[in-house]
Ligand binder design. Structure first.
Ligand code: NAD
Length: 350
């Protein structure tokens, strides 16, 4: 049976990588359900144009979701549609409550009705894969062990609270109504096609244009960086082989402070696109007021997915960051288009 996978948020940063990978497989066909917010970029799907169907719809619109499920008859759903930027959630939480909580609820309700109408192999094989974040676990101190799948939830921002709510709803629809779900919680992603207001594209864009590179606080916050292609591979594996009702943590085994990360990027740009006068891009680093409630450290223990599904990241932080900086150097026009859409540099107004 050819898999037909409905990818919500398929025009976003991670969703588009999932779609690019799925669309090049003979064994699957893809439907993208995306309402095309500011964060969507259809250019990211140009290389697989004609190999997926696009449904411009909002996950909060039950009628639209019902029609799309009935028309396309997906064998699985990968739910990535979300409001995803923590800073925006501080300035305007409402959209996060609406899309991440109400949208997930609406999608679950319509999916359950659709699932109940399936029979035979289609019913046995159906999966709903909810894609979430390690931010639901809260903040770690330097000496704390990394997050496992058993770490209690302790979200601290409107974004992470809305994602935690969605995770709980997905588990409830499994436990209460029998919807076959799998979940995954991953660390910070980076790679091609990330929206320009996120940290890594901001740093690359500022360095290339010779403008101050903003670093929150003292740059001491630690994240575990995961290349988006490794993440998409893990998601495909979880969908195909993950155990129903289980969640899987996905990380890059690449903990790094923001300051070290920014320095690494500057050094790569010194090498790949040096300043004419030979000055180091690091000189552009400018410390700015910290984000309110900024979580100190996230770290992922991805032992479970490694043991059960044999997955581990292929990219190291060095190889992945070199590939990413090179990609942005070759796609500089993206910054101009994104700026025209109203770039926001990730600095909270509050
Ligand atoms: P993104 O912001 O780049 O893309 C989100 C996509 O969802 C966009 O194409 C947007 O148009 C679409 N969308 C938003 N609201 C919608 C709605 N109401 N209906 C339909 N479509 C809608 O996000 P991303 O970085 O690709 O993240 C994808 C998923 O992965 C999210 O669920 C996010 O919480 C999760 N995640 C992301 C990261 C990361 O580092 N980027 C880390 C962990 C988890």
């Amino acid at each position: 049976m050819v898999a037909k996978i409905l990818v919500t948020g398929g025009a976003g940063f991670i969703g588009s990588e999932v779609v690019r990978q799925l669309a090049t497989q003979e064994s699957s066909s893809v439907v993208v359900l995306d309402c095309l917010t500011y964060a969507a970029n259809l250019d990211s799907l140009a290389q697989v144009q004609g190999r997926f169907a696009l449904e411009q719809a909002n996950v909060c619109d039950g009628n639209a979701v019902r029609r799309i499920l009935a028309e396309h008859q997906p064998t699985a759903i990968m739910h990535l549609a979300a409001e995803s930027h923590v800073d925006r959630s501080i300035d305007g939480p409402a959209a996060f409550i609406e899309t991440n909580i109400v949208g997930t609820y609406t999608l679950l309700e319509e999916t359950l009705k659709y699932y109940k109408g399936l029979t035979g192999a289609a019913r046995d094989q159906f999966r709903f894969h909810h894609i979430s974040t390690d931010e639901v676990f809260g903040s770690l101190n330097l000496q704390d062990p990394a997050f496992t799948e058993h770490t209690p939830y302790h979200p601290r921002s409107p974004y992470s609270a809305s994602k935690a709510s969605a995770d709980h709803l997905v588990r409830a629809w499994h436990e209460t109504f029998g919807l076959p779900v799998v979940l995954s919680n991953c660390s910070n992603n980076y790679g091609p096609w990330q929206f320009p207001e996120k940290l890594i594209p901001v740093v690359i864009g500022k360095a290339l244009s010779g403008k101050p590179i903003p670093v929150y606080g003292k740059g001491e916050n630690i994240r575990d960086w995961l290349h988006v292609s490794d993440h998409a591979q893990a998601l495909r594996l979880i969908l195909a082989q993950g155990r129903i009702g289980e969640s899987y943590n996905i990380g890059g085994n690449a903990e790094c402070t923001n300051l070290d990360l920014v320095r690494k990027i500057c050094q790569l740009i010194d090498e790949l696109a040096p300043n004419k006068d030979g000055t180091a891009h690091e000189q552009l680093i400018t410390y700015v007021a910290d984000r309110p409630g900024h979580d100190l450290r996230y770290a992922i223990d991805c032992g479970k997915i490694q043991r059960e599904l044999g997955w581990k990241p292929r990219e190291t932080l060095d190889s992945g960051m070199r590939n990413t900086v090179t990609w942005y150097l070759n796609h500089r026009s993206i910054y101009d288009r994104a700026q025209a859409k109203g770039e926001r540099l990730g600095l909270s107004k509050q």
